[in-house]
Ligand binder design. Structure first.
Ligand code: NAD
Ligand code: IPM
Ligand code: MN
Length: 361
């Protein structure tokens, strides 16, 4: 039997509820397709702060590095009420997430967004745009830019001045541009580079390097688009996009926007990859503290992230297809969590949604 080692980060808020369902779906896939997963739970974010006082430990990094892949819920809490946000920023849950992305070299964040026919009713786009449908992939740079630049807050002449810096080097841009063209070559052969090149030097460097990379992929077309326009085009006609290549923060913002046009933020999976087959798989959404512990969170983004793990890190393509088809079947059969519920469908909770998918794998 094929064996894989998976580090599992349940995370905070709804994390444990959605990861539990993804794990049961993976186990169903293993039974059917003849592989076994050895799961090692590790802590990150708020749960790690509660246990060790820090959001990321060396132990978590080491176990993740020894694994074939990492499956993760989401981390973080409510900034107004959680004691984690009384700590200095470098010790808060989000610092743990950025830390593990950097430590594992996960520079490429793939966030695919497509509209299931069954969810057209839950899609907020105009009817003609929803009817056209869409199938796009945001290729977000994940270990550079504003998230990792020098930042400081100082007092100058009695006023506070805060600074964040946005830096990208040629190699950082080139490696993710290559990834984008490789992926686009297996899709609809179009890359849209999204930036703010009318203002930012870093964006102008992205354009230069990406144009150079594009020359090596003559069958893939390259289009440039400014980020403000892209935000608008995503709700006007998302069918125009195939692979959207962009820097860290633009990708963060655009991927939440892309999630909502699929029907809900609870639908959007993600894979964070380095140069090897190793990856960290997590939903694009957060820990949703407002609905944690209520059995109402949508587990499908996490389940679809697990399918990405089967495909990209474990090369279990058949099992990945089976999980994705099972999700489609559950939607076809009319089951919905509250976030994607529309009249005439059947409302179910987190755990039930997970079992419905597992049964259909
Ligand atoms: P969020 O994505 O957690 O929630 C935004 C809204 O979407 C909320 O109303 C929430 O209830 C809803 N929602 C999110 N996921 C859902 C799901 N699966 N099913 C149904 N509804 C869902 O964003 P936020 O409220 O801005 O952030 C909450 C915390 O999560 C913060 O601490 C933030 O830093 C953290 N966060 C973590 C990650 C991550 O771990 N990758 C990503 C984003 C935010
Ligand atoms: C995401 C999240 C994180 C990010 C936060 C929690 C640091 O929003 O994964 O999209 O901005 O990358
Ligand atoms: Mn985000």
């Amino acid at each position: 039997m094929r064996e894989y080692s998976i580090a599992v980060i349940e995370g905070d808020g709804i994390g444990p509820e959605i990861v539990r369902e993804a794990v049961s779906v993976l186990e169903a896939a293993g039974k059917k397709y003849g592989f076994h997963l050895n799961l090692t739970p590790v802590l990150l974010g708020g749960a790690s702060i509660d246990r060790y006082g820090v959001p990321l430990t060396q132990e978590t990094i080491e176990i993740a590095k020894k694994s074939d892949a990492v499956l993760m819920g989401s981390i973080g809490g409510d900034a107004k009420t959680s004691p984690w946000y009384r700590l200095e920023p470098s010790r808060r849950p989000e610092a743990g997430l950025l830390g593990i992305r950097k430590a594992l070299g996960l520079f490429a964040n793939l966030r695919p967004a497509w509209l299931y026919d069954e969810l057209k009713g839950a899609c907020p786009l105009k009817e003609e745009a929803a009817d056209r449908g869409f199938d796009l992939l945001i290729m977000r740079e994940l270990t550079g830019g504003l998230y990792f630049g020098k930042r400081e807050t100082v007092e100058k002449d009695g006023v506070l001045v805060a600074t964040d810096t946005l830096t990208y080097s040629e190699p950082e841009i080139r490696r993710i541009a290559v990834k984008a063209f490789e992926v686009a070559g297996k899709r609809r052969k179009k890359v849209t580079l999204v930036d703010k090149a009318n203002v930012l030097d870093s964006s102008r460097l992205w354009r230069k390097v990406t144009a150079e990379v594009a020359e090596k992929y003559p069958d893939v077309s390259l289009e440039n688009m400014l980020v403000d326009n892209c935000a608008m085009q995503l709700v006007r006609d998302p069918s125009q996009f195939d692979v959207v290549l962009t820097e860290n923060m633009f990708g963060d913002i655009l991927s939440d926007e892309a999630s909502m046009i699929t029907g809900s933020i609870g639908m959007l999976p993600s894979a964070s990859l380095n140069e090897t087959s190793f990856g960290l798989y997590e939903p694009s959404h957060g820990s949703a503290p407002d609905i944690a512990g209520k059995d109402i969170a949508n587990p499908l983004a996490t389940i679809l992230s697990a399918a990405m793990m089967l495909r990209y890190s474990l090369s279990e393509d058949e099992a990945a297809d089976a999980v994705e088809n099972a999700v489609r079947k559950v939607l076809k059969d009319g089951y919905r969590t509250g976030d994607i519920y529309t009249e005439g469908t059947r409302k179910v909770g987190t755990a039930r949604m997970g079992s419905l998918v597992a049964e259909r794998v």
